[in-house]
Design a protein around this ligand. Structure first.
Ligand code: ADP
Ligand code: DAR
Length: 344
């Protein structure tokens, strides 16, 4: 393997921290799943506009290739190699009272976590047989869900184009893997082993074998973050009775992309900010202050439509799940106050 020619067009943290010295140290290593440095960086080498540019193949990748991953993780999360991640899935600790403004400005609320099974490689290194086994384990566990979480699993393989397009349009189903996932090896054997589970009201959903082996999602119209968070926690605890998620004391829940480590949680609202969004500097000053990320209405790499934005927590590692949702709640309240001032 040759040292990549990182021209000035490369923007990723991988290109920033894969110095020739680190490259020489890592280039001949491979994990027990035969995942190599070449596999880790391929997405970032092929996509010069990557922000991160590296994906792990398994939990072992984060220790074996620590000279690269530690730097990326510290830069993105502000989390050092000696820090310990703490989890808090107690919704009583969340201070997010529902109010008139939240329902007036917020179209919908969604909180998701990524999870991967402890005794399997990540989607980047998994074989077709293993991925199909993950689908079977998770869908069987979901089919025994009860009450508000009771639903049906729909494999992507065999799903009509109309049905999948409708679920994607309504923000319930993942889009076909983009070029970043493609070059990370996450789209292999598509659509085999992939699918979506959802309850009757589509307020509880689970994606199987997209970027992570599970994306556990709670979502609903309006701004009741407490209710969305509580439903998610109930679902996570039910699933934990039936499977073991990949976790370590230092990095929390293990995910294929380093940005999702720790809580692996993204708590988001679709929110209408037609006036504030005309002053993006002011908009971004507020989102930066509350560690928030701005996405478009169709998720990552999409555009805002009609003044509606996807606003979510940026911090996932070194903060608890309660803090992720609190970041989002506090930041959204500040955005609404700014919008109201501009309405006057
Ligand atoms: P992820 O949240 O899993 O990292 P994306 O950002 O691509 O992935 O979002 C996945 C889907 O969830 C997209 O269709 C996006 O529009 C939808 N989504 C995200 N947040 C919300 C929300 N608050 N309300 C409704 N749909 C949402
Ligand atoms: N697009 C890749 C990953 C960024 C984080 N988003 C994820 N994991 N979906 C990049 O390196 O920009």
């Amino acid at each position: 393997m040759q040292y990549p020619d990182f021209t000035k067009e490369y923007k990723s943290l991988m290109a920033k921290y894969l110095t020739r010295e680190v490259f020489e140290e890592l280039k001949d290593l491979k994990t027990s799943n035969n995942f190599t440095l070449k596999d880790i960086i391929n997405s970032g080498v092929q996509n010069l506009d990557s922000g991160i540019g590296a994906y792990a193949g398994d939990k072992e990748s984060y220790t074996l290739f620590a000279p690269l991953f530690d730097k990326i993780i510290e830069d993105y999360h502000g989390f050092t190699k000696d820090d310990i991640h703490k989890s808090n899935l107690n919704s009583d600790d969340l201070n997010a009272p529902l109010n008139y403004d939240l329902d007036k400005y917020i179209v919908s609320t969604r909180i998701r976590v990524g999870r991967n099974l402890d005794n399997f490689p990540l989607g980047t290194a998994i074989s077709k047989e293993q991925r199909d086994e993950v689908e079977k384990i998770v869908s069987n566990a979901l089919n025994s869900m009860d009450n508000d979480l009771k639903g049906i699993y729909y494999p992507l393989d065999g799903m009509s184009k109309e049905n999948s397009e409708s679920l994607i349009k309504d923000h319930f189903l993942f889009k076909a893997g983009d070029r970043f996932l493609q070059t990370a090896g996450l789209n292999r054997d598509w659509p085999s082993g992939r699918g979506i589970y959802h309850n009757k009201n589509k307020t509880f959903l689970v994606w199987i074998n997209e970027e992570d082996e599970l994306r556990i999602i709670s979502m609903q119209s309006g701004g009741d973050m407490q209710e969305v968070f509580t439903r998610l926690i109930t679902a996570i605890k039910e699933l934990e009775k039936k499977m073991t998620f990949s976790y370590c004391e230092h990095l929390g829940y293990i995910t294929s992309c380093p940005t999702n480590l720790g809580t692996a949680m993204r708590a988001s609202v679709h929110i209408k900010l037609p006036k504030l969004s005309q002053d993006m500097d002011r908009f971004k000053t507020i989102t930066d202050k509350y560690y928030l990320q701005i996405r478009g209405v169709d998720g990552e790499h999409s555009k805002s439509v009609g003044g509606v934005y996807d606003i979510s927590n940026k911090r996932r590692l070194g903060v608890t799940e309660v803090q992720c949702v609190q970041d989002m709640y506090d930041g959204v309240m500040a955005l609404i106050e700014a919008e109201k001032l501009l309405e006057k």
